[in-house]
Each structure stands twice: as structure tokens, then as C-alpha cells.
Design a protein around this ligand. Structure first.
Ligand SMILES: NC(=O)c1ccc[n+]([C@@H]2O[C@H](COP(=O)([O-])OP(=O)(O)OC[C@H]3O[C@@H](n4cnc5c(N)ncnc54)[C@H](O)[C@@H]3O)[C@@H](O)[C@H]2O)c1
Length: 259
């Protein structure tokens, strides 16, 4: 039986590489899907393709009124909101802290951190009205360590972890679970195209070859974990964090000649 029959799921950045994978998978498992995003052309196309159980809503996660409208649209269209995936994210152009201007710092934190805060704040009452639900925040392996030249991104993703734990404490008694997923390097426009203001893409200089599972992650690798956390299979899991990185955080594997 599909795990999300009669449930409504809102995915932010739902037209992106990972977001669209999540949207399709929730839809395939019976959910009504609300594709939240700033790319209206892609959003409308994805909603059209999926049909009656899908809607695109224009949602800029940095804008509280945009959040209110999106949550209302989800309830209007499908009667309730059960799952929120805070997936929208942007990376900074690589620069040392000394060379990072305040506007860049603020722009990255606005989307990655404030966007997640607003999502939890605005969607939680709707999840409560639905009798409970699940929130999954997308962090990053870069939120578990340090990465030179990515201070705004790293700091924002670290902060999402604290927000996840705090929200889990505040919302647990309302039957709302809140967890975080930390992808490693996943093949999407995020790594295959340069960030705004950058000239090179991460894929131009990153190689998975030294790691335990020597390939790039695919959106579906993240989607499978995410759907588990959003489903009732994870009903006793909250405030937790899950890494899906093919062993990236383990560091380089031993070269085969050392075995
Ligand atoms: N791809 C990776 O290697 C990787 C690794 C770790 C974490 N992540 C995280 O995964 C999430 C999804 O990224 P992706 O890999 O699918 O990248 P992507 O660039 O394909 O998708 C990001 C999406 O966020 C949307 N977005 C940007 N600003 C927004 C805003 N203000 N409001 C609403 N939507 C906005 C974009 O339009 C896009 O659809 C992000 O949070 C990212 O930080 C990605």
C-alpha cells in the first residue's frame, strides 16, 4: 500500500534536482504534492505532468507572506498539509571569509536558514490542524564540518541542525516529527552549474574517486531516505540527523595497494 495515500506534501525548491525527485516519489507513493518554488515554468510543467494530485505554488522561502499563501493553497487544494520538506537551498560563490561581502552572507543565510525557519513557523499550525505530521529539513555534510571558501553555506547548514532539534522539542507533543537529512555531493544543477556569482561548478573540481562509494550521489539516493523519515515507518524518530554521502565524511578510503 502506498505510504502517502491521502496525505499532502509540500516540497520547497520542488523544481530542483533533488526537489523534483522528492516530488515525483511522494506522488508515486500516493501523496498529493505541492511543488513550492520560484521557477514557475518548471513548476507548472511538473504539476501538469503529474496531474490531478499535484499543484505548483510560487514560494520564495525568504518571504513569510509567500509561505502563508503556499500553506493556504495546500489546504485549499487538498484539505490538509501533512508533510513539509524544507529543501530549497543556494550555495555561495567560493570566497574566503575575508572576501565574503555582507550581501552574499545574508542572501545565503536568508534562503538556507531563514527559509527553513519560516517554513517550520508557518507550516506547523497547518500540520497541527492535520493532527500531526513530519518535517524534514535538508542540511548538508558541509553542516557537519568546515569547508574553506563556503562560510555562509556551512554556517547556514550547521544552524539548520540546531533548528531541527529545537523544532523537534517544541512540536513533538503535537505529533509533529522534525528530522534532518545531510546529503553529500549529489549530481544536480547545484554542483553541475556554477553558483550565482561563481565561474566554476563544484563538479569541475570534485571527484568521488577516493571515497568508499566512488560515485556521485543521485537525487534518488536522498529521496529514499527522505520518504522513510516522512513516513509512519519513522514514527519514533525525531530530532535526528541522517547522512547520505557514500562515505564522504569517512574521508578517503585506503588505496587498494595498502590492503
Ligand atoms: N547537490 C548537492 O551536492 C547537495 C549537497 C548537500 C546538500 N544539498 C542541498 O540539497 C537541497 C537541494 O539542492 P539541489 O541539489 O536539488 O540543487 P538545485 O539547485 O537543483 O535545487 C535548489 C532549488 O532551490 C530553489 N530555490 C533557490 N532559492 C529559493 C528561494 N528563495 N525560494 C524557493 N526556492 C528556492 C531553486 O530554484 C532550486 O529549485 C539544497 O538545500 C542544497 O543545499 C545539495
Amino acid at each position: 500500500m502506498p505510504r502517502f495515500d491521502n496525505q499532502t506534501v509540500l516540497v520547497t525548491g520542488g523544481t530542483g534536482g533533488q526537489g523534483s525527485s522528492h516530488v515525483r516519489a511522494f506522488h508515486a507513493e500516493g501523496a498529493n504534492v505541492v511543488i513550492g518554488g520560484i521557477d514557475a515554468r518548471r513548476g507548472a510543467a511538473l504539476a501538469d505532468e503529474l496531474g490531478a494530485r499535484a499543484r505548483f505554488v510560487r514560494l520564495d522561502v525568504t518571504d513569510e507572506s509567500s509561505w502563508s499563501a503556499a500553506v493556504l493553497a495546500a489546504e485549499d487544494a487538498f484539505g490538509a498539509l501533512n508533510v513539509l520538506v524544507n529543501n530549497a537551498g543556494v550555495q555561495n560563490p567560493p570566497a574566503t571569509i575575508a572576501d565574503t561581502d555582507l550581501a552574499t552572507w545574508s542572501r545565503i543565510l536568508d534562503v538556507n536558514l531563514t527559509g527553513t525557519f519560516l517554513g517550520i513557523k508557518v507550516a506547523a499550525p497547518a500540520l497541527r490542524r492535520a493532527g500531526g505530521g513530519a518535517i524534514v529539513n535538508i542540511g548538508s555534510t558541509m553542516g557537519l564540518g568546515g569547508t574553506a571558501h563556503y562560510a555562509p553555506y556551512v554556517a547556514g547548514k550547521w544552524a539548520v541542525r540546531g533548528l531541527t532539534r529545537t523544532a523537534a522539542l517544541e512540536l513533538g507533543r503535537d505529533h509533529i516529527r522534525v528530522n534532518a537529512v545531510h546529503p553529500g555531493v549529489i549530481s544536480t544543477p547545484f554542483i553541475n552549474e556554477p553558483a550565482a556569482g561563481a565561474t566554476a561548478a563544484i563538479a569541475d573540481f570534485y571527484s568521488p574517486e577516493p571515497f568508499a562509494i566512488p560515485r556521485l550521489g543521485e537525487p534518488a539516493d536522498v529521496t529514499r531516505l527522505l520518504l522513510f523519515l516522512a513516513s509512519s515507518d519513522a514514527s519514533f524518530i525525531t530530532g535526528s540527523e541522517y547522512v547520505v554521502d557514500g562515505g564522504l565524511l569517512l574521508g578517503p578510503a585506503l588505496p587498494s595497494e595498502a590492503a
